[in-house]
Design a protein around this ligand. Structure first.
Ligand code: CA
Length: 226
């Protein structure tokens, strides 16, 4: 199984470094952002499995980062608050953070909460999950895809590609990223394979129903918009 990727958004170097060491020791892949803007940019990456987000940040505040990320992403977010300020916590949870911890905190407790959130995310992604964008429905559970309630036959790879695009709706996905996530790191062919599969899916959905679900972003990759 791939290592889970955790993004730490924290301007206090000592804390960021400490968390990085602890999380790496636990077997996570760790990325650090030193301010709010960098945190927002890195946090949009669909490969990130969980974000630890400090509230007091230069650039953009943690609240603002969380609010912006939530417009396109449901990545689990744990907020770190420096002070025991109830209003900050409430605001954080209101705008979609999944959990918060007050500094100073016991790292064991943070690790436990990370495990809970990652497990919840994993279940959400593997349970009876339905992805819906407009008239397009994808049911992970029984590998069914429907458009306007009509069944669409996709091969396994087409299904996985469509699922990845739908799961990351409203995000431009580069060919490299799609290749890594749908074909896996062990695939050594080139990214043209993606264009071929996109054509297959388009012939089965877009052309058949006269819609343009999958947009090409010239020179970059693809996107499905909600
Ligand atoms: Ca801070």
């Amino acid at each position: 199984m791939n290592k889970k990727k955790i993004l730490i958004v924290e301007d206090e170097q000592k804390i960021a470094r400490f968390l990085e060491l602890e999380l790496k020791y636990e077997g996570y892949d760790v990325t650090i952002a030193k301010d709010g803007r960098e945190g927002f940019e890195k946090g949009k990456d669909p490969d990130i499995d969980l974000i630890i987000l400090d509230l007091m940040l230069p650039g953009l505040s943690g609240i603002e980062v969380c609010r912006r990320l939530r417009q396109t992403s449901d990545v689990p977010i744990i907020m770190l608050t420096a002070k025991d300020d109830i209003s900050d916590k409430v605001t954080g949870l209101d705008i979609g953070a999944d959990d918060y911890m007050t500094k100073p905190f016991a790292v064991e407790e943070l690790l436990a909460r990370i495990r809970v959130l990652l497990k919840r995310k994993y279940h959400r992604n593997n349970g009876e999950e339905m992805l819906i964008i407009g008239k397009l429905k994808l049911c992970k559970n029984n590998f069914k895809v429907e458009y306007d309630s009509e069944n669409i036959e996709l091969t396994k790879k087409e299904f996985e590609l469509l699922e990845y695009l739908m799961r990351n709706k409203n995000i431009v996905l580069s060919r490299e990223k799609i290749l890594d996530n749908v074909w896996g790191y062990n695939y050594y062919g080139d990214t043209n394979i993606i264009d071929v599969y996109i054509r297959y899916i388009r012939s089965k959905i877009d052309q058949k129903y006269n819609v343009s679900l999958i947009e090409t972003v010239r020179g970059v990759g693809y996107i499905i918009r909600d």
